[in-house]
Design a binder for this molecule. Structure first.
Ligand code: UD1
Ligand code: CA
Length: 454
């Protein structure tokens, strides 16, 4: 296998984002733009990936610390050619592909096609034909139709400005070609920059064929300069993800109103209503129904479960046939066995809920283990925190906890036991016993209510 070096340019300032954060670290679908480019680049199995950094260099280094990339520092932004030159000493002897940290939606297939063309006699250039070519470098072709130069907008004459075939910036060549051409770049142009684009004319002069290819869709090569473009790319990307889901048999109430910030895996006949957000790794089993405005993060929901509107879930595993919400909040460590129910205004955390058990209304269940067929009455609270440490509540099978009870952990309620409504349970309850802690009801017959004084 020939070596492949991928150079990702990310030294620019991104002034128009009006942000303290470097442009390429802004999130698209929950992931920094530059990370999208890195992931796509990694899919090409390169020998090395180089990221050229400048503005916000330290933030970029920190953010990409886990990635297998090497950094090339461009202390002054003197143009795209100058940027690539910073990585030159680290380049191997095979092919080189140039990508951009602010062009996040480029697809691997388009890059494959480009790289396949490259050899000693050929280089690859990705171009795009745009209705409005304003701001882009224009592709100049000779009578034979070969690309022979790129002219930047600011250097173009009126005839060149009329060209609608534009430079995407993405190109591939052999390392030998690049190393020959970079030292020849000059900054004698309208912007006083070292343009990478000038290598096209050098290739043509040497008789090296510039093979052009176009991406399947223009969004692939769209760059982000401001937040409006960022939002547009976000929508375009979400639409792609929604299309994929629908092709896999998922029913979406509105493909324009779903946000996936990670990986969503769905079984057949899943239905997702409007306004839902999925983060991290989420798996929805067959026939799962998700109501409107739910937020689900790093969770697995078993088959035939119904999640009603406005429910929020994080690091939860539901076995299947579960009923959740509306307005349920399932925090990390929640584990629902088959047919368990968690209803409205219920918060759970680090809680195992046994098969068929129900927490239907207005409760907090944290650091708890519930057996099978437990019924937790409305307003039940597990008092798991004593101000310093967390303690567990253990509830056996078939327990009935009356409404408005407080279970002061650590505490165990034995199987089949009943807790009377309004109790504060601070001691263990024996199996099959009734525990009630509320004071006895007093009754005074024919009691005269106090009356207002005249
Ligand atoms: C560049 C191309 C233009 C193309 C357009 C596509 C050149 C000379 N022009 O123009 O033909 O149509 O992209 O969007 O290449 N960068 C650095 N260091 C620098 C300069 C730029 O890292 O010194 C990075 C920027 O962060 C950015 C990218 O290179 O990600 C492109 O730079 P930018 O200044 O936006 O180039 P354009 O003028 O848009
Ligand atoms: Ca640009």
């Amino acid at each position: 296998m020939q070596e492949l070096d991928i150079v990702i340019l990310a030294a620019g300032k991104g002034t128009r984002m009006r942000s303290q954060m470097p442009k390429v670290l802004h999130s698209l679908a929950g992931k920094p733009m530059v990370q999208h480019v890195l992931d796509t680049a990694a899919g090409l199995n390169p020998t090395r990936i180089h990221v050229v950094i400048g503005h916000g260099a330290e933030q970029l280094r920190a953010s990409l610390a886990e990635s297998a990339v090497s950094f090339a520092l461009q202390t002054e932004q003197k143009g795209t050619g100058h940027a690539v030159a910073q990585a030159q000493p680290q380049l191997g002897s095979g092919k080189v592909l140039v990508l951009y940290g602010d062009v996040p939606l480029i697809r691997r297939e388009s890059l494959h096609a480009l790289l396949a063309q490259v050899d000693e006699q050929h280089m690859g250039l990705l171009t795009v034909t745009l209705d409005d070519p304003n701001g882009y470098g224009r592709i100049v072709r000779n009578e034979a139709g070969d690309a022979v130069a790129i002219v930047e907008q600011k250097d173009a004459d009126p005839a060149q400005l009329a060209i609608t075939e534009c430079n995407t910036g993405i190109m591939a060549m052999t390392s030998a070609q690049l190393k020959r051409w970079l030292p020849q770049l000059s900054a004698e142009n309208a912007q006083g920059e070292y343009y990478l684009t000038d290598v096209i004319a050098m290739a043509a002069k040497e008789g090296i064929n510039v093979c052009t290819a176009q991406p399947a869709s223009a969004v692939e090569v769209e760059g982000v300069n401001n937040r409006a473009q960022m939002a547009r790319l976000e929508r375009a990307y979400q639409q792609q993800l929604a299309d994929q889901l629908m092709q896999q048999g998922v029913a979406l109430a509105d493909p324009a109103r779903i946000d996936i910030r990670g990986k969503l895996t769905c079984g057949h006949d899943v239905f997702i209503d409007v306004g839902c957000v999925f983060e991290g790794d989420v798996t929805l089993g067959e026939g799962v129904q998700v109501g409107p405005y739910c937020v689900i993060k790093n969770s697995t929901i078993g088959a035939e479960s119904v999640i009603e509107s406005h429910s929020v879930m994080d690091s939860t595993v539901a076995a299947g046939l579960n009923q959740i919400g509306p307005y349920a909040r399932l925090r990390p460590g929640t584990r629902l066995a088959v047919k368990a129910k968690v209803g409205n205004f219920v918060e759970t955390k680090n809680a195992e809920v046994g098969e068929g058990s129900k927490i239907n209304h207005l409760s907090y269940v944290g650091d708890a283990h519930l057996g099978r067929n437990v019924n937790i009455g409305a307003g039940t609270i597990t008092c798991n925190y004593d101000g310093a440490n967390k303690h567990r509540t253990v509830i056996g099978d078939d327990v009935f906890i009356g409404s408005n009870s407080a279970l002061v952990a650590p505490v165990t309620v034995g199987k089949g036991a009943t807790v009377g409504a309004g109790s504060t349970i601070a001691k263990d309850v024996s199996e099959h016993a009734l525990a009630v802690t509320r004071s006895r009801q007093l009754e005074k017959a024919d009691w005269p209510r106090p009356e207002k004084k005249a």
